[in-house]
Design a protein around this ligand. Structure first.
Ligand SMILES: *[C@@H]1O[C@H](CO)[C@@H](O)[C@H](O)[C@H]1NC(C)=O
Length: 448
């Protein structure tokens, strides 16, 4: 890549410049300014020494506006095919798109439980690829189909939705996207896949079972010709059709599930606050199908990875759609790397860095790699975040029976059975609400 110098000359940039550039892009997600130029402003209010030490503002902005991730010659060839079926809408992101997916799949293998869901990537760019989804936090943007690990939220594979395709798409986008992502040749068999009612269908679940991938999901009533009944809360009805179990559960609303690996009822129960005959609200036990409990536990992988990306999302100010993807790829790479760091810390019985500290360390290391003094390595992580041995924070249950000892979470005020033994504070610790980490990130910030 080259960048334009003083409107007249093009100057080549080196790999190390690109490393510095990416370091700054990540830095800007941790330390947010309103405008890009603010990072190099000399006025009292700003005067941030760090960015200008890494790269001049002019060079940074030039790289920003010259950033391409495809070969211009290939693009030009592709542009000639516009309007034909040969035209590739994703040509401008192609080599990196493929590389990042390959890297995601190669660097980690999911545990047993996985989920597939949509992710929306916000963008200011105008492009026909943009989609609208009313029940996502980001309503307008690019739609990605994502396969994530349920336990740690690692993005294992994804692809970009290109709108309704033509001939080769025969079984509908929900069926096709699952079949494309749950690739048993790469993934292997024995997985338990969780999906919501956009995807669940008897045909899909049967075909997954052929590949020895088990599935569980909510299902729309019309997919099985289901009709409403007036049953009391906690009521469970079910039927089987060869390998498929369909179960209906009365909660506040009707919940319909389909599964290829559950029994209808395992004797589980769930607590619900209900108004008794005497008008008093009280907790009461209701029977609940195992499929519902497992679904709630394992469906959140993609949402959690979205949340992890959302906290410190890298700079995204661009009007070009392919640059939006470049920055999102950086986001995926950083969050996956952070998740791997967490997993490795777990194996080694160490306390992982918070995501913020991880990003800070990553910026410092990239800057180091991008500077010419490569022989000089700062032990940034070791200095700043020594692994605490005596005063480590560990989650524990408030009471042994996790359904009884529920208290208000300090962060989000929901009920939680978990507390931090060191802070003596009640905190949620479930995939959808990791208040435990949020709380400790805050504590870390205050003590720095
Ligand atoms: C996957 O989910 C099932 C059902 O909740 C659970 O029994 C199993 O332990 C999970 N596997 C892993 C590796 O977490």
């Amino acid at each position: 890549m080259r960048f334009k110098d003083k409107k007249t000359q093009w100057e080549n940039i080196l790999i190390k410049d690109l490393k510095s550039f990416i370091a700054l892009v990540i830095y800007m997600g941790v330390l947010k300014c309103f405008k890009l130029t603010d990072y190099w402003k000399r006025s009292d209010l700003y005067s941030l020494p760090y960015p200008s030490r890494i790269m001049s503002g002019r060079k940074f902005l030039n790289i920003c506006s010259a950033l391409h991730i495809s070969d211009p010659k290939v693009d030009a060839e592709n542009d000639k095919k516009k309007g034909t079926s040969e035209y590739d809408r994703l040509c401008k992101i192609k080599p990196l798109y493929q590389d990042i997916r390959d890297a995601c799949r190669a660097s980690f293998h999911p545990f047993q439980n996985i989920s597939i869901d949509e992710r929306m990537v916000a963008s200011k760019a105008r492009n026909g690829l943009k989609q609208y989804m009313k029940n996502k936090p980001t309503k307008w943007g690019y739609k990605l189909f994502v396969l994530a690990d349920s336990l740690c939220a690692y993005t294992w594979d994804f692809f970009i939705y290109q709108g309704k395709a033509n001939s080769e798409e025969t079984k509908g986008i929900s069926y096709d996207s699952v079949m494309r992502l749950a690739n048993e040749k790469l993934l292997g068999s024995g997985y338990k896949l969780f999906v919501d009612n956009f995807y669940t269908s008897p045909k899909l679940f049967r075909d997954l079972l052929q590949k020895k991938i088990w599935a569980c999901g909510t299902i729309r009533a019309n997919r099985i010709g289901h009709s409403k009944t007036q049953a009391p809360r906690g009521n469970i009805r079910w039927f089987r059709e060869d390998d498929l179990l369909f179960v209906e559960w009365k909660d506040k609303r009707d919940v319909l599930m389909c599964s290829t690996f559950h029994k209808a009822f395992n004797g589980d129960s769930i607590k619900r606050n209900v108004k008794g005959a005497d008008g008093v609200w009280a907790l009461q036990d209701f029977p609940v199908p195992a499929a519902v409990l497992d679904y709630n536990k394992h469906m959140g992988g993609v949402d959690l990875s979205d949340a992890l990306i959302g906290y410190y999302t890298v700079l995204h100010k661009t009007k070009k759609w392919y640059r939006s993807f470049f920055y999102h790829f950086v986001d995926i790479a950083v969050v996956n790397a952070f998740i791997l760091h967490q997993q490795m810390a777990k194996v080694n019985n160490q306390k992982p860095l918070t995501q913020k500290a991880f990003r800070e360390a990553l910026v410092a290391e990239l800057v180091e790699a991008g500077s010419s003094k490569t022989h000089y390595i700062t032990h940034y992580t070791a200095q700043k975040h020594p692994v605490p041995s005596t005063d480590s924070h560990l989650p524990k249950y408030i009471q042994q029976d996790s359904t009884l000892g529920r208290r208000k979470c300090k962060v989000c005020c929901s009920k939680t059975p978990v507390m931090c033994a060191t802070c003596q504070v009640n905190l949620c610790f479930v995939p959808k609400r990791d208040c435990y980490s949020k709380w400790h990130e805050r504590v870390d910030e205050e003590s720095e």
